[in-house]
Design a protein around this ligand. Structure first.
Ligand code: HEC
Length: 165
């Protein structure tokens, strides 16, 4: 009698306990989603790589005499740069937003004028000055190993740079 009671206790209490210990822990309660998702701010190099693509497109648009496209690409470069100023105003304790104003605003304005008057020669010279300004900031931020130059071919071959109506 005693024995079977003991056995019953073992079977009835311990066995389920052991089984419980072996079952994997239930998944942690899913944390409630915050009302506003965390904002994703891309790294500076991601902005810069977009600027690099637009810099390439800008060159081939200008070379093809597609002035509306050239104006568009330069406008996009300005837009990304202004995003950089808003989202990465300070980079490795350097005042990146202020540096951008100091180093490249004039070069962009000059190139805009060349595009406006549809002057291929001024465009080429202005493009080189723009690239020199990119490099000036790279040197000033200890990134002098990142060197921007005139491209020799379009990054993409599935965009037609010739003027179209
Ligand atoms: C105000 C400063 C500034 C200006 C102006 C600037 N850059 Fe940069 N650029 C940087 C910094 C800083 C980095 C390094 C980013 C990092 O370490 O994540 C960089 C990195 C880059 C890179 C390397 C990205 C990679 O992952 O390989 C490219 C390409 C680049 N810049 C293109 C340009 C071009 C093209 C222009 C001009 C049209 C330009 N940049 C103008 C500051 C600048």
């Amino acid at each position: 009698m005693r024995r079977s009671l003991f056995a019953a206790v073992v079977m009835g209490v311990l066995v389920p306990l052991v089984a419980l210990a072996q079952t994997p822990a239930p998944p942690a309660a899913v944390e409630p989603k915050p009302a506003v998702p965390k904002a994703y701010v891309p790294g500076l190099e991601q902005f810069m790589n977009v600027i690099l693509i637009e810099h390439n497109k800008l060159w081939f648009a200008g070379r093809a005499g597609n002035w509306p496209l050239a104006a568009y690409e330069l406008g996009e470069i300005k837009e990304v740069m202004s995003d950089v100023q808003d989202l990465v105003p300070v980079f490795k304790s350097l005042p990146l937003a202020d540096m951008m104003d100091a180093v490249i605003v004039k070069e962009i304005a000059d190139l805009e004028k060349a595009i406006e008057v549809r002057d291929a020669k001024k465009f080429a010279a202005g493009f080189d000055r723009l690239s020199a300004a990119c490099n000036a900031c790279h040197r000033a931020t200890e990134n002098g190993f990142i060197v921007i130059k005139r491209p020799t071919r379009p990054v993409f071959t599935n965009q037609d740079y010739r003027p179209h109506r």
